[in-house]
Design a protein around this ligand. Structure first.
Ligand SMILES: [Zn+2]
Length: 307
């Protein structure tokens, strides 16, 4: 290959990776530069999503005002909050977090002055505090002031919002929020729609249990439930139960593949060099780190972990 062509390809590849990284699926302090304006999408009965970069925000608006689930980054939260206030003159009453990652809680500080309280699972708060202390970023955080361990429920106008903890998955502190009358469920990062997921093993992630969590959630909800994914291919975060089951099957297939590799004595490096999970070749990378190889490596680590 001629040098100039090779250099052109190398530069194209790095441009693609930079573009993917900018869409982000995990922590960048402050948020990636030049975020796109937020997209508000109505789903059902006052419930919708706000997407930009970082985790999708779920919202509810009714006679009681507005509430938000997750807050994205410090540099995308202001536009999300302004959009909510514009559409809901009564104000934003409540913020809930699905888990502690910076692309879901980084904007908490922006919402803090607007909302009465911030709700999260107890483990989410613990990880949020611990990771902020490690990174020395406590001053830029707003932590949850209301926590729960199994379930938490509140009335909000004519809607009821229920949070539920199903055990470890993407982290060990992921909450699932159900808008009962709208029949919409925010999954946070327990659901990546057609994209290779982030898996935070240092924060208690467990792939085997994640599969069980997705099975339980699918069983707990009706066939016409709308599920909101934390992240999705081309920002498609509105999902059906079939999408949820597709992701469960993706995780199962990844674990099966890793199990076979371990049994066959394949090295972790060889497994992590795999380009795609068979049957799930259409799954995309949200950034340079989150590949099929990353997921398989995490499966390998979980399966070979010394207890
Ligand atoms: Zn996450």
């Amino acid at each position: 290959m001629p040098f100039s062509r090779r250099r052109f390809l190398a530069r194209s590849a790095s441009t693609v990776i930079a573009g993917l990284a900018a869409r982000g699926a995990f922590a960048q302090p402050g948020g990636p530069p030049n975020p796109p304006p937020p997209t508000f999408t109505t789903l059902r009965r006052g419930v919708g999503t706000i997407t930009s970069i970082g985790g999708s925000i779920g919202y509810l608006m009714n006679d009681a005002g507005a509430l938000a689930i997750d807050s994205q980054y410090p540099n995308t939260a202001p536009a999300a909050l302004a959009g909510l206030r514009e559409r809901s003159p009564k104000g934003v009453e409540l913020l809930c977090n699905t888990h502690h990652h910076a692309d879901h809680t980084g904007g908490n500080q922006v919402f803090r002055g607007a909302v009465r309280r911030i709700v999260a699972h107890a483990n989410c708060l613990a990880w949020h505090k611990k990771t902020a202390a490690t990174a020395g970023t406590e001053a830029q955080q707003s932590f949850a002031d209301t926590t729960f361990t199994d379930t938490w429920k509140t009335g909000f106008g004519d809607e009821t919002v229920q949070a539920r903890y199903y055990g470890a998955g993407h982290t060990s502190g992921d909450a699932v929020y159900h808008f009962e009358r709208a029949n919409v469920v925010h999954m946070g990062d327990l659901l990546f729609n057609r994209a290779h997921p982030n898996i935070d093993r240092p924060a208690g992630a467990h792939l085997g249990n994640w599969v069980t969590v997705l099975e339980k959630v699918a069983k707990a909800h009706a066939a016409d439930t709308i599920f909101i994914a934390g992240h999705g291919k081309e920002n498609a975060v509105q999902c059906t139960r079939a999408d949820l089951q597709h992701f469960r099957d993706y995780l199962s297939a990844s674990l099966d593949m890793a199990r076979k590799a371990v049994k066959a004595g394949q090295s972790r490096d060889a497994l992590a060099a795999t380009a795609a999970i068979p049957g799930f070749e259409d799954t995309v990378q949200l950034n340079a780190r989150l590949t099929a190889g990353f997921v398989l490596g995490q499966c390998y680590d979980e399966l070979t972990e010394k207890k």
